[in-house]
Ligand binder design. Structure first.
Ligand code: GKR
Ligand code: MG
Length: 424
């Protein structure tokens, strides 16, 4: 089997004005859609970062991958390494919440983007679901959590009509957001993205959620925007309200000290983002739960390796998310289905994406009872809708955004806004 076509299409889709530690989401999120076609007529799909540095490498890989056997993942890795070495990607400022833009992750990001498409292609040609290539599903349905954000009602400059979620800044508005998300998708656990408003207010919102949803495990994620002192103070206020405390304070050392003082379970997608940081985290006992993300951990197979290592070192494992569409959601579901020790509902931004902006046939995938059902059709079990792909590509060309920058976007609301970490 030989690859005869590789196409990387950048797309942009509407993204609500969601607040976070860096600032605020821009009106459009960027992704790339990857197609890898083999000489027996199958097409494997992938979805990855669409920010300029990641996209440049993905596009540079289109030609050198022609002729490769899609079963040759070691060959893919060699081609990716050579292409990244030739490109020397630079680090991007203001994008620390978009791991796709970290220069140090260039090889694992690019490898992952194509590994998923290669595995999809392998599975389609073998007529099996992709999860079977990962050892088979230990669960048919993968749990996800309701991912809440503080948000404004409308983007600055009103580039398109306001979304239907409205403003969410107060306790009551956050509880209403959770209620709507749970009503629509049946989520069984709740995550609040924090680090945006004052820590005391964000903790008060957790308390309000606890009163409204006493049975739902809760998490708060300030993205390292609280000093150690603040994180300790908030831990006291939070008591045992949380299932886990996600990235409250920056750095492996800070997290280790927080755990030493509080005994709380700490989760991360910020201080353990590669195997070297994993090793250092184990030595310091910095975190107890690693939030994997195949997009920057080097693909579906390396995510399984990470999960195995978590098991070996007695750590929990779950999954992190950035803004994404259905190909990524299904890739997450297939790998999560093949991770026996997945102990917590995974994150997903998916409910925030508009129903008319899915790139797969049939529109948005359903999340029911808080779970995504793992497809049993060959490969990832999803097909590209080429009209939607063309529409979202057009939107990419028009929107003018080439690199996520939540800091610069916040400066459009507050010109004096600065990137400060930790802010509180
Ligand atoms: O989309 O604003 C966001 C999130 O803050 C995202 O960028 C983070 O990477 O969801 C992520 C997280 O759990 O840290
Ligand atoms: Mg996080």
């Amino acid at each position: 089997m030989k690859i005869i076509r590789v196409t990387v299409t950048p797309i942009a889709f509407r993204d609500p004005p969601l607040l976070n530690a860096s600032g605020i989401h821009e009106p459009y999120a960027l992704r790339s859609i990857i197609e890898v076609e083999s000489d027996n007529g199958y097409i494997g799909l992938g979805e990855s970062y669409g920010d300029a540095p990641a996209l440049a490498i993905q596009q540079a890989l289109q030609a050198p991958l022609i002729g490769l056997d899609p079963f040759n993942l070691n060959g893919l890795r060699q081609v990716v390494q050579a292409t990244v070495a030739a490109h020397k990607p630079a680090s991007v400022q203001g994008a620390e919440l978009a791991p796709g833009s970290h220069a140090s992750k260039a090889v694992s990001n690019a490898y992952s983007a194509f590994e998923v498409a290669f595995l999809d292609l392998q599975a389609r040609s073998l007529n099996v679901p992709l999860v079977d290539l990962l050892g088979g599903a230990v669960r048919e349905r993968v749990p996800f959590s309701a991912y809440l954000f503080f948000k404004y009602a409308q983007h600055v400059g009103a580039p398109y009509p306001a979304d239907t979620w409205g403003e969410a800044l107060s306790e009551a508005q956050i509880v209403a957001q959770a209620a709507r998300m749970i009503e629509a998708h049946g989520f069984q656990s709740i995550k609040l993205k924090a680090g945006a408003l004052t820590p005391e207010h964000e903790v008060a919102c957790i308390k309000a959620l606890k009163r409204a949803f006493p049975e739902h495990p809760l998490r708060i994620d300030p993205n390292g925007n609280w000093s150690l002192e603040t994180a300790l103070r908030m831990a006291q206020l939070l008591g045992d309200d949380l299932q886990y405390y996600e990235d409250p304070t920056p750095g492996l050392e800070g997290m280790a000290e927080l755990h030493r003082h509080t005994g709380l379970s700490l989760a991360t997608n910020m201080v353990v983002t590669d195997f070297d940081e994993f090793r250092r985290s184990v030595a310091l006992n910095s975190v107890q739960i690693v939030l994997a993300d195949h997009h920057y951990w080097g693909g579906l197979r390396d995510t399984q390796v990470l999960a195995k290592m978590c098991d070996t070192f007695g750590l929990g494992v779950s999954m992190h998310s950035n803004s994404h569409l259905g190909i990524s959601l299904m890739a997450m579901a297939h790998v999560a289905a093949a991770v026996p020790n997945l102990g917590y509902a995974c994150d997903t931004h998916y409910p925030w994406q508009e129903p008319d902006e899915e790139v797969i046939k049939g529109g948005k995938l359903t999340i029911q009872g808080g779970c995504v059902a793992v497809t049993r059709a060959p490969g990832l079990g999803v097909e590209l809708d080429y009209e939607q792909l063309a529409k979202l590509h057009e939107q990419f060309l028009r929107c003018g955004i080439r690199q996520r920058d939540d800091v610069r976007q916040m400066q459009r609301y507050q010109p004096e806004w600065k990137a400060i970490k930790p802010r509180y």
